[in-house]
Design a protein around this ligand. Structure first.
Ligand code: SF4
Length: 402
């Protein structure tokens, strides 16, 4: 058996790659895939002809394939996707909105999910058996989801059960986790949550058990609990590379909330200093951030919420208002261009797209669509039946409480 001590600390490759596309100007326009590969990223291989296509050729190619497929295919675009991809989306949204939409559209044969791996898995879980969900680039994972590996979470669960007995801890996982982790929660009386319904799922969980294990984002967990009035000394952090997560038995017995030590590499870039600077530069600024940011940043902001909340709050604001935003740059840039009557900018002056969302280069979209036109399904995401059953249970519990 591999113990915590035997395991080496590994930084997910997505974390290392995160800075590859950071730059100081905000020109995020796509180049040929071959040019983008030159920064040294390791993405899924695809036929060389797609690597060399110019952005204009790719766009024309996608339009032709889209027309041929007509109503057989649905393209879903997460808010953090590049503009060159989002322009082809039948619907845009956050991960849950997109999966729900996919579930409602059981008339389409193919769902092309322009987002990351866990989102395509969720769409597959919620879709009908005859539908096929496709992720254009299989390397499009999520660094946060990668931080909660099944073996590590199972070890943690065993340790918690040994220390506290069965039924004491309710496992809650953020949507941004693998289907295996969602299934583990479903199997053990737990639930899934999103950034917009985390408080409701915490209420549900504390009505079933004494403690909550929250996976994989420590910040969303801490921010949600703090908002509900929980003290910081009632929460402990679980480091999967240390025995008992780096805690004593007494720490575990005293804790009300056990936070998995995961984070989002995009949202943890935002700092209180950036907020202070924005307030000095624009005294009337409204600061809105995502709950994957740290507690300090969330506390210093004026408004906190999911990507849908951020988008809606700015859209509904009065003309002439100023907004400093703490979320992914592709979405911030899009909100800015769609709200020309307001001043909208990203809190971080260094432009860093989510490196894994960025892996959906339009060339990949073109490749999978061409495959479908020719009758070949490329990059289908299929969740195993047992995992599907329990992860669906955890998702259905979430739907029943919100
Ligand atoms: S923004 Fe963060 S949580 Fe969302 S997909 Fe990217 S790395 Fe994952």
């Amino acid at each position: 058996m591999v113990t915590n001590l035997d395991r080496k600390t590994t930084i997910p490759i997505t974390e290392i790659e995160q800075s590859a596309f950071c730059q100081t100007d905000d020109d995020l326009s796509s180049r040929t895939l071959q040019d983008e590969f030159e920064v040294g990223v390791r993405w899924q291989k695809l036929p060389i002809s797609y690597m060399r296509m110019s952005p204009e050729q790719i766009e024309a190619n996608i339009r032709v394939a889209r027309e041929k497929l007509a109503d057989r295919a649905l393209i879903l675009g997460h808010h953090y996707q590049r503009d060159e991809v989002i322009q082809f989306a039948d619907i845009r949204g956050d991960s849950f909105k997109l999966s729900q939409f996919a579930a409602e559209r059981n008339d389409v044969e193919f769902i092309i999910f322009c987002g990351v791996h866990f989102m395509a898995e969720t769409a597959d879980i919620l879709s009908t058996p005859s539908q096929r969900v496709i992720l254009p680039n299989l390397a499009a994972g999520c660094s946060m989801a990668d931080m909660a590996q099944t073996d590590d979470v199972l070890d943690c669960w065993d340790d918690l059960t040994d220390a506290l007995g069965e039924g004491c801890v309710i496992p809650v996982t953020y949507m941004n986790s693998t289907a295996e982790i969602k299934s583990l929660c479903g199997k053990n009386g737990g639930i899934v949550c999103t950034s917009s319904n985390a408080s409701a799922t915490f209420d549900w969980s504390y009505s079933k058990g004494e403690k909550v294990l929250f996976l994989p984002d420590q910040h969303l967990g801490r921010n949600t609990a703090a908002k509900m009035g929980m003290r910081l000394d009632e929460m402990i952090l679980w480091n999967p590379f240390k025995p008992l997560g780096g805690n004593t038995l007494e720490d575990i017995k005293n804790a009300k909330l056990i936070l998995w030590e995961g984070h989002c590499s995009v949202h943890t870039r935002f700092t209180v200093n950036q907020i202070n600077e924005a307030r000095v530069k624009y005294p009337d600024v409204n600061v809105v951030v995502h709950p994957e940011c740290t507690l300090e940043v969330v506390t210093a902001a004026d408004s906190v919420g999911s990507t849908e909340h951020i988008k809606n709050v700015i859209e509904q604001a009065a003309p002439g208002t100023t907004w400093a935003v703490g979320t992914e740059i592709s979405l911030v840039n899009r909100i800015a261009s769609e709200n020309p009557d307001k001043t909208v900018f990203c809190l971080d002056s260094v432009v860093c797209p989510c490196s894994t969302m960025y892996r959906i280069h339009p060339a990949y979209v073109s490749w999978v669509l061409d495959g479908l036109v020719e009758g070949v399904v490329v990059n289908q995401i299929k969740v195993d039946d047992d995992i599907r059953r329990y992860s669906k249970l955890a998702l259905e519990r979430m739907l029943s409480v919100v």
